[in-house]
Design a protein. Structure first.
Length: 375
């Protein structure tokens, strides 16, 4: 691995399977079906590992629908906050379920889907579990889903299913059960008429110590109460702690604190670190280390840094660092800011083989920005 050119993502098959075995157990105990949330992780070069464990994919846009259909199989769920007519026509023939975000979109486009896919509507329960307002589906003035007091019973009567997405990194099974009870109490009369319900993503059932048995019991009871097939849409839960972003220290500068500049950037390669202001974790760091460094990016954005970390020994130019837990919402958000080298993607297979999944070069950068000249 020391011969691989940084920056690169390294996905570990064994760690991925460890999460997937937990997903398998949840399915067996609860009867819930699991569809991978492609908005979080779309690296289809490792779908061969995931497919035996999950039931399909869910999407947030038409290209994700196509990707799930072509590379994953199983059930293909289509959802978008705002479809165009072209979007609906593009995916109606390849999706198993199409979920609309509003009653107006449902009314406008359902005739394009009927007879082809099962039709669902996103509902906003008005309650949620999210650490930050930016990611809170039930935040004030939320545009995500139909609120209870806005439901048109006539529209609802002809639905096959509904979707609630109300969690973000919820590691508390009791909190999730409380959300289930809340939507059952408020929407129960509607849910009893449906065939299926998706409870969205953000349920962190692979987190260490999470009580999968208790979650499974609650899901099974909820499904039985309303006579529906339940779905969850895991993203982070599937790929958490499976992937490192490997970088190299290219310079060390000092301005009161020492900064180790690495050949990567949160702005370009790990955007959620910047958006949510949640520091990354460096595997080589030590909680009680005597040497403190800002791990800074090589972009021109002044505040672009991964974290502040302590180390037992001074860092050196040329040293490699592993930015841990870098699979979710990273590869799907890569961009060419500053013309930085895009990280390659590798998978460390269970047999020890390092498989190249993707790599990028200058021509990829150039093609992204323009294909034709006006000359």
């Amino acid at each position: 691995m020391n011969q691989l050119k940084t920056p690169y993502f390294l996905i570990e098959e064994d760690k991925l399977i460890e999460n997937l075995e937990k997903a398998k157990r949840l399915k067996e105990l609860s009867g819930v079906k699991l569809v991978l949330a492609l908005k979080c992780f779309s690296t289809w070069g490792v779908f061969d590992i995931i497919k035996p464990y999950l039931d399909g994919t869910t999407s947030s846009g038409p290209f994700e629908v196509k990707l799930g259909y072509e590379t994953f199989g199983g059930e293909t769920h289509a959802y978008s906050v705002g479809y165009s007519e072209d979007d609906v026509r593009e995916v109606a023939d390849i999706c198993d379920k199409m979920i609309f975000n509003s009653q107006s979109q449902l009314t406008a486009y359902r005739h394009l889907v009927e007879g082809k896919a099962s039709i669902g509507l996103r509902l906003n329960p008005g309650v949620s579990y999210a650490g930050q307002d930016l990611a809170n589906p039930a935040r004030k003035f939320s545009r995500l889903g139909v609120h209870f007091d806005q439901i048109d019973p006539e529209v609802f009567a002809s639905l096959n299913g509904a979707m609630f997405h109300m969690n973000c990194e919820n590691k508390d099974v009791e909190a999730f059960i409380a959300l289930l009870d809340a939507i059952s109490e408020k929407f129960g009369a509607y849910l009893d008429k449906l065939e299926w319900i998706s409870l969205g993503g953000g349920v962190f059932f692979t987190w260490p110590g999470y009580d999968i048995e208790k979650l499974a019991e609650a899901l099974k009871a909820f499904g039985a109460r309303h006579g529906v097939q339940l779905y969850l849409e895991p993203g982070e839960a599937v790929i958490t702690q499976t992937t490192d972003l490997v970088v190299t220290v290219v310079d060390i500068v000092e301005n009161e604190l020492k900064t180790a500049i690495v050949d990567s950037a949160t702005e370009a390669h790990r955007l959620d670190t910047l958006i949510y202001n949640e520091p990354a974790t460096v595997s080589e760091a030590s909680e009680n280390g005597e040497h403190t460094y800002v791990i800074g990016s090589c972009s021109c954005l002044a505040g672009d840094q991964f974290c502040v970390a302590k180390f037992d020994e001074p860092l050196k130019v040329g040293q490699r660092l592993h930015i841990a837990d870098s699979a979710g919402y990273t590869m799907v958000k890569l961009n060419w800011f500053n013309g930085l080298r895009m990280p390659s993607i590798y998978c460390l297979r269970s047999n020890g083989e390092i498989q190249l999944i993707n790599e990028f070069d200058y021509q990829d950068f150039k093609r992204t920005l323009s294909r034709w000249s006006i000359d």
